[in-house]
Design a protein around this ligand. Structure first.
Ligand code: GAP
Length: 400
């Protein structure tokens, strides 16, 4: 029998969430391509994250830094020496190396970033000069990172390129523990809001010998995947390691002190988030005597918000009315799908399988009294509702 992850992988491929990378050439290990529904869902995850941790706050500065950085950055950060995995008794550096420049003798070694954090540190002075933030404050970013993992595996869990969502929160050394506790709570809140089953998440106090080279304390948030209990997110106290090594400091204009701030860093893999959400949302039940699969996604994460159907494809007056309703809803809510393929039961099942929270059906009664049926994904229940109220009802259920 297929396990849950295998079922999710096959659903993801069949319905256009995630495909194996370069598949028509036999694939490339550790790469996956997001299809239309996966790209939409990944976008929703990043948008929700940015809203919670950047736009809704006054103390966070969002940036988008370069993927490529010169060797000096990785020497200062310690990645050149320490970002390694053991391989046949040797240390194997998992950063992807490349070079910039065309002319012989004028090329320089560069590395694709394995984490976002260094982009925040090398821009620390820029942010301070432009915005004069008072401590504590954070610099945040979402972006692609690259790691030449020795053995990529478990679908989106361990890949060679992935999106990270991460911030560096700069604090006074004496206050790091309070901030650490605060961000730990906020990470739990985020998981709840995103639709990650919190009963499957466990905190792990990472032992000193297992911590990254820059960390004095790390908590991993582990998730019970069916391939094992594995790291979903991390929360690290990076001390003043990075700013000190980049020879950066901070001048407090009120107290007239100059010092190196300390850093608390919450980090979230976007692909692992998507995988944990799919795992949490994947459900099977029986409806009307038939087995069904549905994704119990939160509406703000679901790739499609609403589907609109004419009851019958071959009745032009139903199709016309359904298209009108579809165009109306679409002005305020996106994406909305119009579907007139197959019978109505099959259409519902197709939407259930991709986690669409609501389906709207236009039937003969609609032509009489301008009401439609609104079907709820999780219960399968339908209610009649006036078209004039439809968009407002959907908006309040879907948009946050
Ligand atoms: N700046 C801190 C940092 O990079 P990390 O624990 O090495 O910390 C951060 O990585 C997060 O990135 C992890 O918690 C995980 O969510 C995600 N991640 C790490 N390696 C990954 C991989 N090979 N594939 C997918 N996600 C990965």
């Amino acid at each position: 029998m297929e396990n849950k992850t295998e079922k999710i992988i096959s659903l993801a491929k069949r319905r256009g969430f995630v495909y194996p990378g370069s598949e028509i050439y036999g694939g490339l290990a550790g790469t996956w391509d997001y299809g239309p529904l996966g790209a939409e869902m990944l976008h929703n995850i990043k948008e929700a994250w940015w809203k919670k941790f950047v736009s809704d706050r006054e103390d966070m500065y969002g940036i988008a830094s370069s993927i490529i950085a010169p060797e000096q950055v990785w020497a200062a950060s310690g990645h050149l020496k320490n970002f390694t995995d053991p391989l046949e008794g040797e240390k194997f550096n998992t950063m992807f190396k490349s070079s910039v420049g065309a002319l012989k003798g004028e090329t320089a070694d560069v590395y694709l970033r394995p984490e976002l954090a260094q982009g925040m540190f090398v821009n620390f002075k820029n942010i301070v000069d432009s915005f004069h933030p008072k401590l504590p404050f954070g610099i945040a970013q979402i972006g692609r990172c690259f790691r030449n993992e020795i053995s990529p595996r478990d679908f989106l869990f361990r890949v060679r390129e992935f999106d990270l969502m991460e911030f560096e929160y700069f604090v006074r050394e004496s206050e790091w523990e309070n901030h650490f506790e605060y961000w730990k709570k906020e990470m739990w809140n985020w998981m709840e809001e995103a639709g990650i089953d919190k009963n499957k998440v466990h905190e792990l106090e990472v032992a000193p010998e297992d911590r990254a080279h820059y960390s004095k304390r790390t908590i991993d948030f582990e998730y019970d995947f069916d391939f094992g209990k594995k790291e979903l997110y991390g929360l690290a106290y990076r001390t003043d390691h990075d700013l000190k090594n980049h020879k950066l400091d901070y001048y407090d204009e009120e107290t007239k002190e100059k010092f190196v701030p300390h850093v608390v860093e919450p980090t979230f893999g976007a692909g692992r988030t998507l995988l944990a959400i799919l795992d949490s949302a994947y459900s099977e039940d029986e409806l009307g005597g038939e087995g069904r699969v549905f994704l119990k996604l939160k509406p703000h994460i679901a790739p499609v918000k609403t589907a609109v159907f004419p009851l019958l494809k071959n009745k032009p007056e139903l199709v016309k009315k359904a298209r009108e309703v579809y165009e109306e809803i679409k002005k305020e809510i996106q994406p909305v799908i119009f579907d007139d393929n197959g019978n109505i039961g099959k259409r519902y099942r197709r939407q259930d399988e991709i986690g669409t929270p609501f389906c709207v059906t236009i039937d003969f009664e609609t032509l009489d009294n301008n009401s439609v049926t609104l079907r709820n994904r999780d219960t399968g229940k339908q209610e009649r509702i006036k078209i004039s109220e439809l968009t407002a009802v959907l908006k309040s259920a879907i948009l946050r």
